[in-house]
Design a binder for this molecule. Structure first.
Ligand SMILES: Cc1cc2nc3c(=O)[nH]c(=O)nc-3n(C[C@H](O)[C@H](O)[C@H](O)COP(=O)(O)OP(=O)(O)OC[C@H]3O[C@@H](n4cnc5c(N)ncnc54)[C@H](O)[C@@H]3O)c2cc1C
Length: 458
């Protein structure tokens, strides 16, 4: 990216000799690699010999592929995961680390489209999936800075606050989750801003260090007997007798079963999935270290934070409590332009005017994967199993869905049962991997946000 963004978001000009010329404001040098990689860099793995035959070949070694591979290996299956990049270099070491486990469509929308039973099952599975993650981190002793600090969601206007407060009350009543409304007058004890008109808190959401979590998951998966082939893209999967011929850059392997966990990085090796999963860029910025006083004022409870805009930002303290990381959509599709960083920075300053002069240390992006109904999926097509479509909430969903997909491959009917195991998501019309329509969709959401803002604040 143009890694020079001024303190007030004015891009520096790079002249023909590629020397940065400062415009008005002092420059901010933002690294374009994830902040998380400072403590847990993604690394290549030593090359492994390619097995001739496998029980299961997995495409992708992010959270989903590793969780599935570990589950299969622990049951004695010969299993290898292939990743086109270094393991974790996809979304699994780039994300915000918020254990949200949310589903984009609300309860009423899911009930309307898929029936009340499915809506209830999905909601209950969210609770179980979060508990599974927290228990897994604890029992395996994963060193990943996990803290169950709770999540504050800010309301744009008082009208939104009323609906959100009702939702928090329902969550507590129906699912027994500790969740409650925070009126505007009490907001400052949760967040140092007057930007919102109150908000809600749910205490079943926390934060972890996503790259450490991936590295630790990789450690236990390898120890369980999973083989991981790094920088080894799968280029084709074809039916071969009772199994599959899996062509990779290191050679071809015969696998009895194949599981595809490529999510937002799906390519031509999985054409059926590619037509159903739109990769969307998401970006996160990190501030430089802030003073303890300032952090205590802005984030007194060090909670995870979000808001109710369509293109809403989510933000959190770094695990050491010294910086703020803020994430949101990135409508760019090529290269690494400065504009999305500026948009996020402006968003940060809008919420926290005190940060007007703050410098950014990092700004990076990765791909999330959206399907049409925005519900994660396990599905089978022509004998291949797919586990993907986490729509920006895969810290909770990907390990959970990967584990269930593994049980499905092993024929463990009870352990495989999941509300996400149903028909394949519909193909996206006129889409074959090139998300040309995303900038227009994001502009549409931005307009809806503007209208909602005007209504909320008039
Ligand atoms: C900026 C950002 C912020 C996010 N914030 C949050 C958050 O705060 N909370 C949350 O819950 N979720 C968040 N997410 C989403 C979360 O990171 C993902 O849902 C999750 O990591 C998906 O895991 P995965 O294993 O399915 O996919 P990935 O980790 O993306 O792994 C897929 C892998 O498949 C590999 N692959 C693809 N094709 C091939 C092929 N042909 N051959 C071999 N390998 C292949 C890729 O190289 C890649 O490594 C965020 C995502 C991003 C990008």
């Amino acid at each position: 990216m143009s890694d020079l963004v001024s303190a007030r978001g004015t891009p520096s000009i790079v002249n023909t000799q590629q020397k940065a010329v400062q415009v008005q404001q002092p420059k901010v040098a933002a690294k374009n690699t994830p902040y998380w990689w400072e403590a847990a860099p993604v690394r290549p793995l030593p090359p492994q010999p390619l097995a001739k035959t496998l029980d299961v070949a997995i495409v992708g070694a992010g959270y989903a592929g590793l969780s599935a591979g570990m589950t299969l290996a622990r049951e004695g299956r010969s299993v290898a995961a292939f990743d086109a990049m270094m393991p974790g270099e996809g979304a699994s070491s780039r994300n915000g680390g918020v254990t949200s486990g949310t589903i984009r469509p609300d309860y009423a929308t899911i009930a309307r489209r898929f029936g009340e039973d499915k809506a209830i099952a999905i909601e209950q599975e969210g609770k179980r999936a979060r508990e599974f993650l927290y228990d897994f981190i604890k029992t395996e002793g994963l060193d990943c800075d996990f803290r169950l600090v709770g999540n504050f969601k800010g309301a744009l206007g008082y009208n939104h606050y009323d609906a959100m407060a009702h939702g928090a009350e329902r969550l507590a009543r129906v699912l027994g989750i500790e969740s409650y409304a925070v009126p505007h007058a009490e907001q400052q004890s949760y967040i140092g801003t007057d930007f919102y008109r109150g908000g809600t808190v749910r205490m079943d959401i926390g934060g972890l260090h996503p790259a450490k979590f991936h590295a630790e998951l990789l450690r236990v998966a390898l120890a369980s007997g999973l083989t991981v082939h790094a920088n080894t893209p799968v280029t084709a999967i074809t039916r071969d007798g009772n199994g599959f011929s899996v062509k990779t850059s290191a050679g071809t392997v015969q696998a009895r079963q194949v599981l595809v966990c490529s999510n937002g990085y799906t390519d031509d090796a999985a054409p059926f999935l590619r037509r159903r999963l739109v990769p969307v860029r998401a970006r996160i910025i990190a501030t430089e270290e802030l003073s303890p006083d300032l952090m205590a004022r802005l984030m007194p409870k060090l909670m995870m934070m979000g808001e109710n805009r369509q293109l809403g930002f989510y933000y959190r303290p770094s695990p050491d409590g010294k910086r703020i990381l803020l994430g949101g959509r990135d409508s760019s599709r090529a290269g690494d332009p400065a504009e999305p960083t500026i948009r996020l920075r402006n968003g940060l300053v809008e919420i926290f005017p005190e940060l007007e002069d703050v410098r950014l240390s990092h700004s990076w992006f990765g791909n999330v994967a959206m399907n049409r109904d925005m519900i994660p999926r396990i599905f089978e097509k022509d004998g291949l199993l797919y586990a993907s479509g986490f729509c920006g909430s895969g810290v909770v969903w990907a390990p959970w869905v990967g584990m269930h997909a593994a049980h499905k491959l092993m024929g463990h009917v009870d352990k495989a049962r999941s509300a996400f195991d149903f028909r394949a998501p519909a193909a996206v019309p006129f889409f074959n991997g090139n998300a040309w329509f995303m900038p227009a969709i994001i502009k549409g959401y931005a307009l809806q946000d503007k209208i909602a803002w005007l209504r909320a604040r008039r």
